[in-house]
Design a protein around this ligand. Sequence first.
Ligand code: SF4
Length: 375
Amino acid sequence: MKDISLYIHIPFCKSKCWYCDFPSFCGKDNLMDSYIKALGKEIDAKVLQYNIKTIFIGGGTPTYLPLKMLEDLKAHIKKLNLTPNVEFTVECNPGTLDKEKLELLKDMGVNRLSIGLQAYDDSLLKEIGRIHNVDEFLKNYELARSIGFENINIDLMFALPNQTSELWKESLIKVAKLNPEHISAYSLILEEDTRFYDLNNKGTLNLPEEDVERGMYESLLSILKDFGYNQYEISNFSKEGRECRHNMVYWSMDEYIGVGSSSASYIESIRYKNVESVEEYIQKINTDKQAYKEKYKNLIKEDVEEFMFMGLRKTKGIEEKEFLNRFGKDIDSYYKDIINKYINVKLLKREDGYLKFTAEGIQLSNYVLADFLID
Ligand code: SF4
């Protein structure tokens, strides 16, 4: 049986955060029960023929599901063939966790929690539409530790409205002092169809200037380094050996299977994307139809581009030998001029058989990566 990674999507949230364009919904709690039943059916039909090396239950807010539905999901998870050292992550949000749920997750085999804190400041949390405060986060974090979760990620955001550099540094230090094994930190991106997008169009969003945002990213790198975190991806930092193996699958373009509404799969160079509507997903599964709305075999050039976009996100970069093994041609046959152009201006470098960003290059990664599109 093939080893593969598994993503399970739970599309429900208690309320919608003001920056969020993820495929998640509030006010659809009445669909939870039929969704979990359909999800169980999709898991049984699609996943049992694989060995699962990593699982990531994301959303939405998986821990917003009531205990009974987490139990139902657990029954399907228990049927899976897991590799002995499986990494099993569940995303959770403060304010949706309690002792019973955490114990159930432990019993399900979950060995990694990813907690969405986003900001270590009550007024900022309110201003971005989060449902929790810092105190609730701290209680949930301590509870998770006391129940025995030894691998925890904390998600943070920067460049938020009204967030100063000082506030950001303080947040980082307070989070790092908690000593989680992993920290992810993303800058706010204004996405269409979010409350922030509308507020910004009306001119009422007080966002930090670009140079302040760059300074925030620099503080992120230096503060986390001081606390012993290793940056292994543009936005991800971990203690030694605690890199998120599931996300590494995406960045290395390995195969994964997704179940649930909006989930994506990548198997044998074919991309699948499930329908986004929760109602449509349930209806498709219940009538024994395929849940995907797109099935697309990547062209070689698309595989090459994605391999570059994803691989260069890793600080160790792309192994040139792996590129050759994968595509039968060396990396220069596709990108010689572009690589040399960015090596000359010190945004990329070649080192020990890897092509990677320099420290300056990471700051300008979006700009550089856009050049790796093949005409
Ligand atoms: S909890 Fe997460 S998925 Fe849900 S609305 Fe907020 S950011 Fe989006």
